[in-house]
Ligand binder design. Structure first.
Ligand SMILES: *Cc1c(COP(=O)(O)O)cnc(C)c1O
Length: 233
């Protein structure tokens, strides 16, 4: 299957899932944004995806994004991998949205660097809803406290939540996790913190994006489904 065929299929599936959820989640502000996850993909493949209408890409590593940055123009850059405090400066040079904020320390460092750069950095808080040890992210209980802290940082704007759900053979098992994320998202929105713009719920990958959208996701992050299986060089 070509990238073009894959994207066509994915867009169809997104449309079906979006129609299913529309009735129950009226508050979601935007259509679904399809984020092409381009880690380990070469520039040629990414350019092909852009020709086929991709407008936003997600990278896991700051270093890898920097290597591709000059060759890919007019697209949104999203950081979806863990961010170390010593990489914040490099990250802020590139990324429009950082999905992976998971601590007070990191938030404060982003604010410090953003202030120096005279940038307002958009971020999401990463939540580890399932409490998996292997994954980054804060607990659901920690979301509001961290959001409050971020809302006091002049150069960081909180825009929503992100999660990486566990992988299940049976994709239905992911549904309760997506529901919990949507509940948290709503709570955060309704909290009405100043200087935030809570509009993005980033969840859903190749194996589970339909369920995620049905339950309220409006950014899905898809790699394998677009480019095929990743080759690790
Ligand atoms: C790699 C990755 C994805 C994409 O995974 P696929 O299964 O290839 O779609 C999405 N989100 C994050 C955070 C990732 O690291």
């Amino acid at each position: 299957m070509s990238i073009q065929d894959n994207l066509e299929q994915i867009r169809k599936n997104i449309g079906v899932a979006f129609a299913k959820r529309k009735a129950k989640h009226l508050l979601m502000p935007a259509d679904v944004k399809l984020l092409a996850v381009t880690k380990n993909q070469d520039v040629t493949s990414i350019q092909e995806a852009i020709r086929q209408g991709i407008t936003a890409i997600g990278e896991n590593r700051v270093q890898e994004a920097h290597q591709k940055y000059q060759q890919l123009t007019n697209i949104e850059w999203h950081l979806i991998g863990h961010l170390q405090t010593n990489k914040v400066k490099q990250a802020l040079q590139i990324f429009d949205l950082i999905h992976s904020v998971d601590s007070e320390r990191l938030s404060v460092e982003i604010n410090r660097i953003a202030e120096n750069m005279n940038k307002l950095q958009d971020v999401l808080i990463q939540v580890n809803v399932a409490g998996e040890e292997s994954k980054y992210g804060i607990t659901p209980q920690e979301v509001i406290p961290l959001a409050k802290l971020i809302s006091n940082l002049a150069n960081v704007r909180l825009c929503g939540l992100m999660t990486i759900a566990p992988y299940y053979e049976d994709v239905e098992q992911v549904r309760p996790i997506c529901k919990e994320m949507y509940r948290l998202f709503r709570e955060l929105r309704e909290y009405g913190l100043p200087r935030t713009r809570i509009e993005w719920l980033s969840m859903g990958m190749t194996n589970d994006y339909s369920v995620a959208i049905e339950e309220g996701a409006n950014i899905v992050r898809i790699g394998t489904g677009i480019f095929g299986k990743r080759e690790y060089k």
